[in-house]
Structure formats: structure tokens, C-alpha cells
Write a protein that binds this ligand. Structure first.
Ligand SMILES: NC(=O)c1ccc[n+]([C@@H]2O[C@H](COP(=O)([O-])OP(=O)(O)OC[C@H]3O[C@@H](n4cnc5c(N)ncnc54)[C@H](OP(=O)(O)O)[C@@H]3O)[C@@H](O)[C@H]2O)c1
Length: 355
């Protein structure tokens, strides 16, 4: 394969849970060509079909694709200019930096480079402006963009429209996080059946610090964090997909309940950019007394390409100075592969991609 006719896009970690979500989203993408799929050493000689774990069948146009390992040098030499990374944390940094050195833009889910200077942690609806301030020519290096922790993503989207109307003093959040957040095969079945695990390593720290990063200020990467404290309690529960979060905010008495609901309903900062994976309404408000629920609301988002990209907000109670609500977001789509694909579409819209 030569650089001219080789693949322009790659999925790294294509054998894993997030990797397979990338494959679904990129199998028919209106802006990006079909990706080459890259697995770890154990995937040598195997096809996508053989490693597939999601309930729906693999995309027909990629089912027979090889998912064996390929080095950054091989990928760059074969023409790859854009890589989506679903590599395990701890092993991702080396590969991602090596690709960037070779001029490949990297959109990553792994935590390794989060918070590094020059590597934005991005949710376009929340802090999309950060990308505009990065140097356009970076010594020939490819851009590296991370998406934040999956539970921070949902919380930051729900909080963003409130900043203009509420003077928030502190945020408390308790999570009910799905099993798929731990990847495949994830938590042992005997540890979680008939159980709730009130500890997810490093999750509370990430949820607090990344939410404050996303709502932070300034043109630098990393920005000056949001000054409001975020207190998190994180638990793993036996749902498949979708992180539910109970949020309690102490704010100064201010707007009416209907004004708060309107701020969520009218939040659509990406309108007009025509990003294929952006949901028309990033926040879907549920008025029923018992929503949102992971089973019923995890796939919120329209049009069809954006299913799983909207967060659902419900059970809103405003008893000044306390605001309480639940927010639900699909950890593997909005908080994972879909978030990265949207980041790449946003970078393309801002003319920051090498393809
Ligand atoms: N799950 C979520 O909801 C979620 C959300 C946001 C972010 N993330 C992050 O996304 C990343 C992937 O998570 P996941 O849940 O998809 O984990 P996962 O299911 O364990 O998938 C990781 C995959 O990467 C493969 N791999 C290992 N070394 C590799 C290499 N050198 N080159 C290519 N592939 C390699 C692994 O293959 P082998 O098993 O054969 O080693 C595995 O299939 C992690 O960094 C995670 O923290 C996950």
C-alpha cells in the first residue's frame, strides 16, 4: 500500500468496546473514509468478525477486515492522517505521541495525555473554543485531542447552559455507572450481580477535575479550571450502557424553574456547523416523574447518526438555593467513541485536520 492509495483513517484498539463503537460510527461516515483497523498483539491474523462483541452484527463493509497490530510508522507510511484511539490507558501515550510526531491527527479516549499542555480535553458544545486557540501549524505534528472521562462529559454538558443564569457555589454528584464503562470483559460477573460497587478507581477525582477543566476559562490548554468545587461519589451498577448521575447544586437564588428548563431546552451551540454526529438537541429534557432511565434513554439523540449523543436531564427540582436533577449519558457513545468522532468533525469544520 502506498501513501497515495492507502487508508487515511485508522482505529486503534479496534478490538475493544470503544474501538468497536468507533467502527460502527466510521463504517459509513459522510466526511471520513473507511478506516484501517488496528488491534493488539493478540489480534494478529484475526478479522473484525472474529473479535466482535457488540450485540448488533459488525458493519458488513468491515466484517472481513484484518484487525492485526500495525506500528505508528507503518500507519503513517501507508497514508494514515487521522487516528481514533481506543487504546487502554497506560499504553496509549507512546503510540499517540509517535503518530502525532509523524503528522497524524489523533482523537483519543484514553486518559494518558489528558491535562497535558497543548492537548485539549474537548466537548465541542462545552469548550469547543479551545480548539480555535491552538496553533494551526505545530511544527508538522498532528493535533492530539482527548475526550474527557465519560461521567464528566454528561455532567459538564448539563451544567454548561446553567452558567449564564445561575451563580453556582458548589456541585455534588453521585453516579450510577454502567458496566461497559470498564471495557470488555470488564467487572467480574460475581462481583456485580446482586450488587453495587461503591468504588471505581480514580473516577471521583477525574469527574471533579475534568468537569472543572471543561467549564474553565482562558485560551490556554489546559485552561484555568472552573473555581466551583465539585464533590463526587461514584458507583458501578449492573446496567450495560449509560451513566446516570444525581446532581445537587447549591446556587444563589435567581431564576425561575421555567427559565432553568428553557436554558437546557434552548442549548444548541453547534447549530449551523452541520457536524454529522452532533445531536440537534444536545440536552433532552424529560418531564416524566421517573426519567431519565438507562434502559429507555441511553440512545437519546437525533438524527440517526447522533443516537446516543444527547444527554437526558430530568427530575428537576429547584428549591432555592438547591437545584437537584438527574442526568444520563451514553458512556461509550457521547462519553466515548461518538465524542471523539464529533471532536474530529469539529476540528474539520475549523480546518484543523490534515484531510
Ligand atoms: N468503556 C467506556 O465507556 C470508555 C469511555 C471513555 C473512555 N474510555 C477509554 O477508552 C479506552 C478503551 O476502553 P475500552 O473500554 O474499549 O477498553 P477495552 O475493551 O479493554 O479495549 C481496549 C482494546 O485495545 C486493544 N489493545 C491493547 N493493546 C493494543 C495495541 N498496542 N494496539 C492496538 N490495540 C491494542 C486490546 O486488545 P487485547 O484485549 O487483545 O489486549 C483491547 O481490545 C481506554 O483508555 C478507556 O479508559 C472508555
Amino acid at each position: 500500500v502506498t501513501a497515495r492509495d492507502g487508508p487515511a483513517v485508522a482505529v486503534l484498539g479496534a478490538t475493544g468496546y470503544i474501538g468497536q463503537q468507533f467502527v460502527r460510527l466510521l463504517a459509513e461516515h459522510p466526511q471520513f473514509p473507511l478506516p484501517v483497523l488496528v488491534g493488539g498483539p493478540r489480534a494478529k491474523g484475526r478479522t473484525l468478525q472474529e473479535v466482535w462483541q457488540l450485540p448488533e452484527p459488525p458493519p458488513a463493509n468491515l466484517a472481513a477486515a484484518d484487525v492485526g497490530p500495525r506500528s505508528p510508522a507503518q500507519l503513517a507510511a501507508s497514508g494514515v492522517r487521522l487516528a481514533f484511539s481506543a487504546l487502554p490507558s497506560g499504553t496509549a501515550a507512546l503510540t499517540e505521541r509517535e503518530l502525532s510526531r509523524r503528522g497524524v491527527a489523533v482523537f483519543s479516549n484514553a486518559a494518558d495525555l489528558r491535562g497535558t499542555a497543548g492537548v485539549p480535553l474537548l466537548v465541542p458544545e462545552v469548550n469547543g473554543q479551545l480548539l480555535r486557540h491552538l496553533p494551526r501549524r505545530n511544527g508538522g505534528r498532528g493535533l492530539i485531542v482527548n475526550n474527557p472521562n465519560c461521567s464528566a462529559t454528561g455532567l459538564a454538558i448539563a451544567l454548561r447552559p446553567l452558567l449564564g443564569i445561575l451563580r453556582i457555589r458548589e456541585v455534588h454528584v453521585a453516579t450510577y455507572q454502567a458496566l461497559s464503562g470498564a471495557g470488555y470483559p470488564g467487572v467480574p460477573s460475581l462481583a456485580i450481580t446482586d450488587n453495587v460497587l461503591p468504588y471505581i478507581p480514580e473516577e471521583e477525582e477525574k469527574l471533579a477535575s475534568e468537569t472543572r477543566y471543561l467549564l474553565g476559562q482562558g485560551r490556554r490548554t489546559p485552561p484555568t479550571p472552573w473555581k466551583v468545587p465539585v464533590w463526587a461519589n461514584c458507583a458501578r451498577v449492573a446496567t450495560r450502557d449509560g451513566h446516570l448521575e444525581a446532581v445537587t447544586i447549591r446556587a444563589e437564588a435567581g431564576p425561575s424553574r421555567s427559565r432553568i428548563l428553557a436554558a437546557w431546552r434552548e442549548f444548541h451551540p453547534l447549530d449551523g456547523f452541520e457536524l454529522p454526529t452532533a445531536p440537534l438537541r444536545p440536552i433532552e429534557l424529560r418531564e416524566e416523574v421517573d426519567r431519565p432511565q438507562p434502559l429507555r434513554d441511553r440512545w437519546a439523540g437525533a438524527p440517526a447518526r447522533a443516537r446516543g449523543m444527547a444527554v437526558s436531564v430530568g427530575r428537576v427540582r429547584w428549591e432555592p438555593p438547591m437545584l437537584r436533577f438527574f442526568v444520563l449519558s451514553h458512556n461509550a457513545i457521547r462519553g466515548g467513541a461518538g465524542g471523539s468522532v464529533l471532536n474530529a468533525e469539529w476540528a474539520k469544520a475549523l480546518d484543523r485536520l490534515p484531510l
